[in-house]
Write a protein of this length. Structure first.
Length: 121
């Protein structure tokens, strides 16, 4: 019997040209900096460190409604907390995708973070 993995599911759904699993990376900040949308699909978190890290880059964020997500994202205009089901996630991603870049908060801070990352990465 074939093992059911995320890579297998992506292939079966015909999404392999859109979804690529990169594996474990020692420094994910370059990916977080360059992403169009940061998605945090968690069921349970305490204080979500990766969400806090993603906030530093100023990119749009979609997170499922786990403990702490609303608190971390409450003051951002370019972030959404959505339900845990696939439809809510898809609607949230589409809504964030359609936002204008002017909706992003604190663009100067984001530019400073990018300069710092260019030195580190």
């Amino acid at each position: 019997m074939r093992e059911l993995t995320w890579k297998y599911v992506v292939n079966e759904l015909g999404l392999s040209e859109y979804v690529v699993f990169l594996g474990i990376k020692t420094n994910p900040y370059g990916y977080m900096r360059d992403c169009d949308i940061y998605m945090q699909p968690s069921h349970h978190e305490g204080f979500c460190i990766t969400l806090a890290e993603a906030l530093c880059f100023g990119n749009p964020i979609v997170a499922t409604d786990f403990t702490g997500a609303k608190e971390q994202l409450k003051d951002r205009t370019n972030s959404l907390v959505v339900g845990m089901n696939p439809n809510d996630i898809a609607v949230g991603l589409e809504k964030i995708w359609n936002m204008q870049s002017s909706d992003c908060v604190n663009m100067e801070f984001q530019q400073d973070i990018h300069k710092l990352l260019d030195l580190l990465i």
